[in-house]
Ligand binder design. Structure first.
Ligand SMILES: C[S@@+](CC[C@H](N)C(=O)[O-])C[C@H]1O[C@@H](n2cnc3c(N)ncnc32)[C@H](O)[C@@H]1O
Length: 339
C-alpha cells in the first residue's frame, strides 16, 4: 500500500545521502533508516533459524548470494552510499547528452530492495529515467515489487526480469544507457561480476558501466599501521603499490574480445620488489571506481578489504608473479610464480 509519510522520508534520506557536503563516514544512521524503510515496505521476512546461505544459487559462472545476504549488503553503508552517488552522477551525465527520451538504466542483481535505484527514483522523474530491475532470485523480485508499490514508483520501472544475467540477451529495443551491478567480493572472488559485465557490455558497448572499473593491485601493506589510521583523515595509508594485477572495465572487456575465447583471462606480471620493511606484507587491494570521483577502496567496504597474497601464492621477495583470472563455477584470481 502506498504510504505518503514513508515517501517523504525516502525523499529526505535520498537528498541527505546525495549531498556531497555530508561525509559518507557519518551517514550510517541514514542508511539504517533507509534499511528500515526497505524492510517494512518489501515485507521481506527473515527467518532467524535460516542460515544466510539458504536460498543462494551456485551457477556455472559463480555464486549468486541469497536474498537474505543481498538484503544485508545494504548495511555495508559506505558501499551503498557510494553506489547511489555514483549511479546518480552516471545518470546525470547521460541526461546531459540524451534529451529526446528517458535514460534507460539496467540494474543487474537488484536484490530484494533495489537499494541503489529506489532512492534515485524519487529524484528523477519517470520521463527522465526508466529502470529495468533484474535478479536471478524470484523471491527478491517479489520484495522489490512491494517496495516499488509502497513508494508509488511503478511509473519509473519499465521491466522486472527474473533471469541469470550471465546469459541474458538484451532486446534490440531495450538497450540500456547505464548498466549497474554489484555482484562481487574483494579480489572479484567467487561471484560472477566479470562474466555478467562481459555478457552485457558486449551487447551494449555504448552504455556506461557502473562500476566503471574494479582494479586489483599488489601492494606492501602494514595492517597494524592501517588499523591505527583514521579513515576520515586526509593523509593516505602508507601502502607501497607494486603494480596493477587485474582490471575489470569496459575497455578490458572489449580487449578480451580480441583474444581467443578461453575461460582464463590474462592479468599482469608484477615483481615483489624488496626490501620488505618489518610489519609489511604483500597484499591484494581492490579499488572500485563506481563513477568518476565516487570510489571505494581499502577498508571502506567488505568489497575492498585487502587480502594477503599468501592466500593465492607463496611467492617470495624479488620473485615475479604472473596473475590471471579463471572463470567458471568459482571464478577467482590466480597468482603463479614465474621467471
Ligand atoms: C551483493 S547482492 C547486491 C544487492 C543490491 N544490488 C545491493 O547493492 O545492495 C548481489 C545480487 O545479485 C544477484 N545475482 C547474483 N548473480 C546473479 C546472476 N547471475 N544473474 C542475476 N542476478 C544475480 C543476487 O541474487 C543478489 O541479489
Amino acid at each position: 500500500m502506498i504510504n505518503d509519510t514513508d515517501i517523504e522520508e525516502l525523499k529526505q534520506l535520498t537528498s541527505i545521502l546525495l549531498d556531497p557536503n555530508n561525509s559518507v563516514y557519518r551517514l550510517r544512521p541514514e542508511v539504517l533508516a533507509l534499511t528500515d524503510l526497505f524492510n517494512h515496505s518489501s515485507q521481506f521476512t527473515f527467518d532467524i533459524a535460516n542460515d544466510i546461505s539458504d536460498g543462494e544459487s551456485l551457477t556455472s559462472d559463480g555464486l549468486a548470494v541469497s536474498p537474505k545476504m543481498a538484503a544485508m549488503c545494504v548495511d555495508d553503508y559506505i558501499r551503498t552510499i557510494m553506489f547511489i552517488r555514483g549511479l546518480n552522477a552516471a545518470i546525470i551525465e547521460k541526461l546531459n547528452v540524451i534529451s529526446s527520451r528517458p535514460i534507460h538504466v539496467l540494474y543487474v542483481g537488484c536484490g530484494p530492495f533495489a537499494a541503489q535505484a529506489v532512492p534515485l527514483m524519487t529524484k528523477f522523474t519517470a520521463s527522465e529515467v526508466q529502470f529495468t530491475l533484474l535478479d536471478i532470485h524470484n523471491r527478491s523480485l517479489s520484495c522489490v515489487k512491494n517496495v516499488i508499490n509502497h513508494f508509488n514508483l511503478a511509473s519509473s520501472v519499465c521491466d522486472i526480469i527474473n533471469t541469470d544475467a550471465a546469459n541474458y540477451v538484451i532486446q534490440a529495443d531495450a538497450k540500456p544507457d547505464v548498466i549497474v551491478m554489484e555482484i562481487m567480493q574483494n579480489c572479484l572472488h567467487k561471484e560472477p561480476q566479470v562474466t555478467v559485465s562481459r555478457n552485457l557490455v558486449i551487447q551494449a558497448p555504448s552504455a556506461t558501466l557502473v562500476p566503471q572499473s574494479i582494479r586489483i593491485e599488489l601492494a606492501l601493506i602494514n595492517t597494524q599501521n592501517d588499523l591505527a589510521h583514521n579513515q576520515e583523515s586526509d593523509s593516505p595509508l602508507s601502502h607501497k603499490v607494486l603494480g596493477e594485477v587485474f582490471c575489470l572495465s569496459k575497455s578490458s572487456i572489449l580487449n578480451w574480445q580480441k583474444q581467443p575465447s578461453s575461460n582464463v583471462l590474462t592479468g599482469n606480471k608484477v615483481t615483489i620488489q624488496g626490501p620488505i620493511e618489518q610489519g609489511f606484507q604483500p597484499m591484494l587491494k581492490t579499488q572500485v571506481t563506481i563513477f568518476k570521483e565516487h570510489q571505494i577502496s581499502n577498508y571502506d567496504s567488505g568489497l575492498t578489504t585487502p587480502i594477503p597474497l599468501s592466500e593465492y601464492s607463496n611467492a617470495k621477495v624479488d620473485e615475479n608473479v604472473q596473475f590471471s583470472y579463471t572463470l567458471g563455477v568459482c571464478p577467482t584470481l590466480v597468482a603463479k610464480v614465474t621467471s
